[in-house]
Write a protein that binds this ligand. Structure first.
Ligand code: BGC
Length: 412
């Protein structure tokens, strides 16, 4: 029998989205181009997605009913700055309404400034791989800070620079769809680091009261056989490039970048065995731990890994927010169990002394899952793509109960 496990007072319970996952009608960005040229495995496009651009008021009301007191979303750069240096007043006003609505409904907005999508004009010039990319992004950052900063509770500069660079320049699953472009991968990461640092400075200057962080993806790389030195080496090198970006002559851990808080996106991990047959992947043969369940994405499901990731952040001495965590599962019963298990691990990490201030479940709604289109179901709320009807899943009600109690229930 376990007693009720309480979370710290003021703990944030929210969900995470990005504009392109949910908004619909987002036609002036690189993803839209990618969708049109067949980049999505399912052939889907992000229009209408959840049509949240128009339905945000009802969607937020529903999240409020589920006792969310915070929400992570991104403002779409390509809407706000449709061509270089030109800002669209109507779109800025739209996002003011979005943030005002969140505030009115009692949800603290965490605003991401780059979550995988870039305006077509920026992508055409080489995107984040082009020299000076970070300078091209800054006017947007400044404008958003000036126009919307009074409504923002947390800034999140970039979402998962490493996944973004890997998928776009090495794996070809995200625009620009390049494969094996190591130079591009390097340049994207180097420019994103510059972009983050410059944005950090600008946001601190323009909105000094709003904490600034970054959402870094942690995919755990574990030695397949910890007794084998070669496996330990292969796992450590894979983890090295997953966690770092170039900073001058050294590779710096992204979580060591200037930040007021650390955002952790965590879903899964792999076992890594040294293999000469995997030269292109740094001699790392990655696979799922035998015996562990996998999600619909074929990612290993091991809730205890969240605690491992959180513990690793403790020495940095900064508040941590879980900016994304969830499970792709059409079978919602799995998500209910996952939520209970993963939140127990989060609670344990807090007992161990990790300063975790909130949890943003990915995601509120089933939505457009990048290269997998609508085939992956991460939501607490189902969306009928024909009628746009929303249905709260049992996991949504479970999350609502936990958020309301600010505690995990006692268990027999
Ligand atoms: C991204 C989300 C994405 C999720 C599941 C994260 O890498 O930040 O946008 O949908 O993983 O794939």
């Amino acid at each position: 029998m376990t007693a009720e496990r309480h979370f710290p007072e003021g703990f944030l319970w929210g969900c995470a989205t990005a504009a392109h996952h949910v908004e619909g009608g987002n036609h002036n960005c690189d993803w839209w181009e990618f969708e049109k040229r067949g980049g999505i495995l399912t052939g889907d496009s992000a229009d209408p997605a959840c049509d949240q651009y128009r339905r945000f008021r009802e969607d937020f009301a529903l999240l409020r009913r589920l006792n969310n007191n915070a929400h992570r979303l991104s403002v779409e750069w390509s809407r706000i700055e449709p061509s270089a240096g030109e800002f669209d007043r109507a779109q800025i006003e739209h996002y003011r309404q979005v943030l005002l609505e969140l505030r009115d409904q009692g949800m603290a907005p965490m605003v991401t400034l780059h979550h995988f999508t870039s305006p077509t004009w920026f992508a055409k010039g080489g995107g984040w791989a082009a020299s000076g990319a970070h300078e091209a992004w800054l006017p947007f950052v400044r404008r958003v800070a000036e126009e919307l900063g009074d409504l923002v509770a947390f800034w999140c500069t970039l979402n998962e620079p490493n996944i973004y660079a890997y998928q776009g320049w090495l794996a070809g699953e995200f625009p620009p769809g390049r494969r094996g472009d190591i130079r591009g991968f390097y340049r994207v990461l180097a420019n994103m680091r510059r972009g983050h640092e410059a944005a950090y400075g600008e946001l601190a200057r323009l909105t000094p009261a709003v904490p600034v962080g970054i959402a870094q993806h942690k995919w755990l790389m574990l030695a397949a056989n910890p007794a084998r030195r070669r496996d330990r080496f292969a796992a450590a090198s894979a983890q090295f490039f997953m966690d770092r970006w170039p900073a001058g002559v050294r590779w710096q851990r992204v979580v060591e970048a200037p930040c007021d808080y650390l955002g952790l996106n965590h879903y899964s991990g792999s076992l890594v065995a040294f293999s000469v047959r995997h030269v292109g992947e740094g001699f790392a043969n990655r696979f799922n731990p035998p015996g562990l369940p996998v999600s619909d994405f074929d990612w290993a499901v091991e809730p205890r890994w969240l605690r491992v990731c959180l513990e690793q952040l403790r020495p940095l001495g900064k508040p941590v927010y879980v900016t994304e965590n969830g499970i792709a599962a059409i079978d919602d019963g799995r998500r209910v169990r996952f939520l209970r298990d993963v939140l127990e691990q989060l609670w344990l990490a807090i007992q161990d002394g990790v300063d975790v201030g909130g949890y943003f479940h990915f995601s509120s709604h089933d939505n457009f899952e990048w290269a997998r289109g609508y085939s992956m179901h991460f939501g607490l709320i189902g969306v009928d793509l024909e009628t746009q009807e929303r249905t709260v899943k049992p996991s949504g009600w479970e999350y609502a109960r936990i958020a309301q109690a600010n505690a995990l229930p006692a268990e027999e």
